[in-house]
Design a protein around this ligand. Structure first.
Ligand code: PMP
Length: 471
């Protein structure tokens, strides 16, 4: 840690205070009470240190977001300078601010050419909510009031607000909340490893055609006049790190065009370089009408989301405004000047240091390190990756792909074991998949440590599973 950790802190009091005051997201309260929190204290580069002085390599970049790494004083300085000059003002009723304007220019210069405007919020969830309301508004302005259903995919993660949570397809995001709301529909996720063989699809192209047909059938069954949009992550993240099969989005796009259904690309994870291009949509064959981004736009230094609005939807919004219609939507923090300043400094680092190109250049080696380190583990069924996103699917039997019982919670256990080996990875919800998404500046040595730490963790858990008779 560059000598910045002078001494280990006594974190007992912090853990105790956390236990009695802090309600954590996505956390089983009983576990929290029993285990106590892991209290993070400081970080630099790809390394993070807890309050007891234990150092970890952050193989997850926080939650897929700290893309330029920790300790970037350029971003901290930009935040400090802007917050001294103008920390906050709103952007309602045509009020604006310089960082917000500069950021909009910058973002449109990086985005696919069909994008016309940028709408801001603070999170990936609110970006998805904005997309839902944009689709509804767009269709109401076009006189198509009934065209409001939105189709997403099983196991997708689009957020947790009432609308974005409805688009998500992860069971635990719906259970116990009575979600999804009835505007949302779900089709199969593209899962070449498990789903394609069970559909007798033996080539990627055949599987893509199958999935496009499934979507086509759903739109017909619902009635195309009632379907407004299809929302998808170019590479599905939390739903299993699933790169699309060859031809998938090309086929999907044809179905959508046929039924006058708009495509929303959720690039909350993939935006700003994670897969080795600035945006993943075009590289994946998508022609999106809306592109949703958050996380990597500031590398998580401050909260910010940016929704790109494409030609078709923008032209309807512009026309409607001539009749006095207003898109009556937006947040106190839309276009927040200090968050915009953080984003500008972050994007400047990515450009100056060529980090998108770096991701493209190192992704093969990144993948190879994990193939070498864990490819032969008895419980590793498949390793999937795109750029610096990776998913490792854990199984009871590699040959038959038999699953471990859900009660074994194998992904969570591997993630906990990895901590003991100095490595942070994520066990994805409702799955046996461990995900990695290190900062773009991760070094070769750190990749080696991540792969080695994950191997040691998998070995530990394999032994436990054997002794429990589960493998
Ligand atoms: N979309 C995608 C693809 C995501 O991965 C996430 C968060 N992991 C979200 C939306 C929701 O973002 P947030 O947690 O900032 O609301």
């Amino acid at each position: 840690m560059d000598g910045t950790v002078s001494q280990a802190l006594d974190d007992t009091a912090l853990v105790e205070a956390d236990r009695s005051t802090f309600f954590h997201p996505f956390t089983a309260v009983a576990d929290q009470q029993a285990n106590g929190a892991l209290v993070m204290s400081q970080a630099n580069g790809s390394r993070i240190v807890d309050a007891s002085g234990n150092e970890f390599i952050d193989g997850a970049a926080g939650l897929w977001c700290v893309n330029v790494g920790y300790g970037r004083s350029e971003i901290s300085d930009a935040i400090a300078a802007q917050s001294r000059k103008l920390p906050y003002f709103h952007t309602f009723n045509g009020v604006s601010n310089e960082p917000g304007i500069r950021l909009s220019e910058k973002l449109l210069s990086l985005a696919p050419k069909s994008m016309r405007r940028v709408f801001y919020g603070s999170s990936g969830s609110d970006a998805n909510d904005t997309a839902v309301k944009l689709l509804w508004y767009y269709n109401i302005c076009r006189g198509k009031r009934e065209k409001r259903k939105i189709i997403s995919r099983d196991y997708a993660y689009h957020g947790v607000s009432v609308a974005s949570g409805s688009l998500s397809g992860i069971p635990m995001v719906h259970q116990n909340f009575g979600l999804p709301l009835d505007f949302a529909r779900h089709v199969s996720r593209p899962d070449l490893y498990r789903d394609a063989p069970s559909r007798q699809c033996y080539t990627e192209e055949a599987y893509s055609a199958y999935l496009a047909d499934e979507l086509d059938r759903m739109i017909r069954a619902e009635g195309a006049d009632t379907v407004a949009g299809f929302v998808a992550e170019p590479v599905m993240g939390t739903g299993g790190v699933l790169p699309p099969p060859r031809g998938y989005f090309q086929e999907i796009q044809q179905v959508l065009d046929r039924h006058d259904v708009r495509l929303v690309s959720d690039e909350v994870i993939t935006g700003y370089g994670r897969t080795g291009t600035w945006f993943a949509s075009e590289a994946c064959g998508m022609r999106p009408d809306l592109i949703l981004t958050a996380k990597g736009v500031t590398s998580g230094y401050l909260p910010l989301s940016a929704v790109f609005v494409g030609d078709e939807i923008w032209s309807v919004i512009e026309d409607a405004s001539k009749d006095g219609r207003v898109f009556a939507h937006g947040f106190t923090y839309s276009g927040h000047p200090t968050c915009a300043a953080a984003a500008l400094a972050n994007l400047d680092i990515i450009e100056r240091e060529g980090l998108v190109e770096r991701v493209a250049a190192i992704s093969e080696g990144f993948r190879a390190s994990f193939d070498d380190a864990i490819g032969d583990c008895d419980i590793v069924g498949e390793i999937r990756s795109a750029g610096l996103m990776m998913g490792v699917e854990l199984v009871a039997d590699r040959e038959t792909k038999a699953r471990l019982p859900a009660s074994a919670k194998v992904a969570g256990r591997v993630a906990m074991a990895a901590r003991r080996h100095g490595v942070l990875v994520r066990g994805l919800p409702n799955s046996d998949i461990v995900a990695l998404s290190p900062p773009f500046i991760v070094t070769q040595e750190e990749i080696g440590l991540l792969a080695g730490g994950l191997r040691a963790a998998i070995d530990d858990v394999t032994k436990e599973l054997r002794s429990e008779g589960l493998i």
